[in-house]
Design a protein. Structure first.
Length: 117
């Protein structure tokens, strides 16, 4: 079992930046990616970014490429999402996810990001 706690959300004007953090309750293993998803009101949850255990492999949704950066600190069991040049369409609740090649996925409770124009 892994508990995930997100933090760092808030309200910001368009063009601003936020850094989200997701702390896991225990060490995640080399077969686990750590990912960020988001869900806007009335929309389905969508993939934002992913990082492999080593951090050497990352992936991004086209909508955030060049603006968001995912990173992880395995010593702290934490994954980060640096979000720059935020747009109103980035407004959503952001969720942390641990996805391993075996076993269930784990989700955090989410952190709200609101971007005003």
């Amino acid at each position: 079992q892994v508990q995930l706690v997100e933090s760092g959300g808030g309200s910001v004007q368009a063009g601003g930046s936020l850094r989200l953090s997701c702390a896991a309750s225990r060490r995640t293993f080399s077969n686990c990616d750590m990912d960020w998803y988001r869900q806007a009101p009335g929309k389905e949850r969508e993939f934002v970014a992913a990082t492999s255990w080593s951090g050497s492999s990352t992936g991004y949704a086209d909508s955030v490429k060049g603006r968001f950066t995912i990173s992880r600190d395995n010593a702290k069991n934490t994954v980060y999402l640096q979000m720059n040049s935020l747009k109103p369409e980035d407004t959503a609740k952001f969720y942390c996810n641990v996805h391993c090649t075996s076993g269930p996925d784990y989700w955090g409770q989410g952190t709200q990001v609101t971007v005003s124009s």
